[in-house]
Each structure stands twice: as structure tokens, then as C-alpha cells.
Ligand binder design. Structure first.
Ligand code: F6P
Length: 359
């Protein structure tokens, strides 16, 4: 009898169900006796024994279904060693549940924070396999995470819609996209949607450069400018602050500007007198159906996870390298963020195209 459990942790994204289906289908096909448990709402389900035994039929009809059939929650890694409200050690609680269920492996579908906890559980002796999910595409060790491509489609479609209204009204439109630490989604969606200015956390921007790009478009007879800005984009001055100082500044500024796009909008209006409108698609970006690309990607990664379980190779994450599915040890993934390098191909190509990246 092979007994595994799965959980989805952190912010959800499209194709979580697809990946779990990939794991389950492969195991049901290749292993005679298999029991698959699902922990509800991420690591919390494992701590407090909220789980259910999943049946083959639970994995039917979920290929096109966004979100996660298991539910999810955020369990910040920085609090993982802080006892819960009843004084219990959270890691011990999870280990206890794993042992009580006599599990052979735990499969964690998660992003950066979830990988740190997964690695900790592996180091504490549990058999763990993870799967890379995040619309931010910032998980270290894989060229791509599932959820990213579906989110690009939604974000690019938002910019497409903005195009017609921007042209009609002759305004500056700012579309704020998800990505606190990295600009993968904003850059890809910005290029796909034909944004004129793209601002990402990895390249702090100067307001003068943004203003001069807008002015030069106006002088060239363009009626509008579209700016794609990541929620974590910072000015050159903000980039000089420590993490703590920046947090404090944002807390103060939040009264005036709810997010990065509004601050940028205010600076543009002040400098150019142009009318500015802000659009924030927010959680829409990680909602809805997974696109075809993500369905294929999550399926391939899920199959690989099942293969690792069958081979007894634990402490690994299936990943994408040069379009093939490979594996990477959890210890190499946990605790790192995959940033866009300022000299990455796609950044250089964006510059060649004449896009303003704010620097
Ligand atoms: O981790 C993905 C992500 O979508 C980020 O881009 C975003 O900042 C964050 O989650 C917001 O999620 P939540 O509102 O669930 O905390």
C-alpha cells in the first residue's frame, strides 16, 4: 500500500488542480494499492488533522477548474517555529499527523514561502516532494512555474481592453499587475499587451524618465500612453531605503496612495497635467481557468512528481529546464527568489523595441 497526502499552500493560482490530477492519475495507473489524502487549507490542515481521503473520482472533471479543490492558506515561514495559540509546536503537529496517517510521502504544491516549510519538513525526516506554483514565476530552480502563463493571458487581456479606451480619451493609463518582489508577470504581460512603459521591482525607476517617455509620445502625435507597473515597483530613491524604512514610508503614503500605481499617477499628473487613470485587476490575475499551456505544464510536472514517489526519490521538486522536465533538490530551491536579471534577454529585447523601463 502506498499512502501519500497532498496540500496546496500560499496564494492559489490556476492549474493547481491540474497538477494534483497529474500526480493522482499516474499513481492510480502504476501502483496497485494507493491511498491519497488531501490536507485542507494548506499546512494548517496537516497541523490540525483537517484532511479527507480522496477517491479517483475526486480527480475527474478538474482539468479546467481554477483554484484548488483542497483550499489553501498562508502559513508564513517566519512564524513556523512560533508555538500556536495553544502552545503547540507547529512542526511537531505536522510530523505527528504524517506519522499517524502512516504516509509514505507528502506532496506540497506551493511558492517561495511554502518551499521553505516543505524543506524544513524534509530535513526533519519526512518524505517530501514539491510542485512549483505561482503566477509570480519567481520560484528558484525552475524556468517556469504553473499559473504564470494563465496570469499573463489575463493581464495582457486587461491591457488590450485598456487600449481602446485609452486611444479614445487621449489619457495616460496605468495598469498595476501582481508581483511584489519580481516583475516577470508585468514584463511579459506588458510586452504581450503592447504597453509603452513597463516598471518592475528589479529596475527602480526615475520619474523623470517616465515623464520624458510620455512627453516624447505626445510630441510624436500619440494620443495615449499605457504603463504596466508591478505592484512592487519602486523609484530610484525608494530603492536606496532599507526594507524597514520602505515599509514605514509605504504605511505613511498608503493614506494618499493605496498602491504603487496611484503614487505614479499622481506624479505624472503633477508633471504633465495629463489625465491619468489607474486599473488594478488584482486577484482576477490568478483566477479563472488554467490556460492550455499551464494545463500541459502542470500535468507534466505532476506526472514527474508521481514518478519520483514511485522511485522513492524524495526531497525533490520537478522543474522546467530548457523546456524539459527535470528535478532539483529542495535544499537548492528553498529560501531563494528568482529575480529578473537586468541583462536578461527579454529585458534587452524590450529595450531594443524602444520600450521605456523607467531607468
Ligand atoms: O504569490 C502570488 C501573489 O499573487 C502576489 O503576486 C501578490 O502580491 C500576492 O500573491 C497577494 O496575495 P494575497 O492577497 O492572497 O496575499
Amino acid at each position: 500500500m502506498l499512502r501519500i497526502a497532498m496540500l496546496t499552500s500560499g496564494g492559489d493560482c490556476q492549474a493547481l488542480n491540474v497538477a494534483m490530477r497529474g500526480v493522482a492519475k499516474t499513481l492510480y495507473k502504476n501502483v496497485k494499492d494507493v491511498e491519497i489524502y488531501g490536507f485542507m487549507d494548506g499546512y494548517k490542515g496537516m497541523m490540525y488533522k483537517k484532511y479527507r481521503l480522496l477517491k479517483e473520482k475526486d480527480f475527474s472533471g478538474i482539468l479546467t477548474q481554477g483554484g484548488t479543490i483542497l483550499g489553501t492558506s498562508r502559513t508564513p515561514f517566519k512564524t513556523i517555529n512560533v508555538p500556536d495559540l495553544d502552545g503547540n509546536d507547529k512542526v511537531e503537529l505536522m510530523i505527528k499527523t504524517y506519522k499517524e496517517l502512516k504516509l509514505d510521502c507528502l506532496v506540497v504544491l506551493g511558492g517561495n514561502g511554502s518551499h521553505k516549510t516543505a524543506n524544513l519538513l524534509y530535513e526533519r525526516g519526512l518524505n517530501v516532494i514539491t510542485l512549483p506554483k505561482t503566477i509570480d514565476n519567481d520560484l528558484f530552480g525552475t524556468d517556469m512555474s504553473f499559473g504564470f502563463q494563465s496570469a499573463i493571458d489575463i493581464a495582457a487581456n486587461t491591457i488590450d481592453c485598456i487600449h481602446t479606451t485609452a486611444a479614445s480619451h487621449s489619457r495616460v493609463f496605468i495598469v498595476e499587475l501582481m508581483g511584489h518582489k519580481t516583475g516577470w508577470l508585468t514584463l511579459y504581460a506588458g510586452i504581450a499587451g503592447g504597453a509603452d512603459i513597463i516598471l518592475i521591482p528589479e529596475i527602480p525607476y526615475s520619474i523623470d524618465s517616465v515623464i520624458s517617455a510620455i512627453k516624447s509620445r505626445t510630441e510624436n502625435g500619440k494620443r495615449f500612453t499605457i504603463i504596466a507597473v508591478a505592484e512592487g515597483a519602486v523609484t530610484k530613491d525608494e530603492a536606496k531605503l532599507t526594507k524597514k524604512e520602505l515599509k514605514k514610508l509605504k504605511e505613511v503614503e498608503n493614506f494618499m496612495y493605496p498602491s504603487a500605481a496611484y503614487k505614479l499617477g499622481a506624479m505624472i499628473t503633477e508633471a504633465t497635467g495629463q489625465e491619468v487613470r489607474v486599473t488594478v485587476p488584482g486577484h482576477v490575475q490568478r483566477g479563472g481557468q488554467p490556460n492550455a499551456y499551464d494545463r500541459v505544464l502542470a500535468t507534466r510536472l505532476g506526472v514527474k512528481a508521481a514518478e519520483l514517489i514511485m522511485e522513492g526519490k524524495y526531497g525533490m521538486m520537478p522543474c522546467v529546464r530548457n523546456n524539459s522536465i527535470e528535478t532539483i533538490p529542495l535544499g537548492e530551491v528553498a529560501g531563494k527568489t528568482r529575480m529578473l536579471e537586468p541583462d536578461a534577454d527579454i529585458i534587452l529585447q524590450a529595450r531594443q523595441l524602444g520600450l521605456c523601463l523607467g531607468d
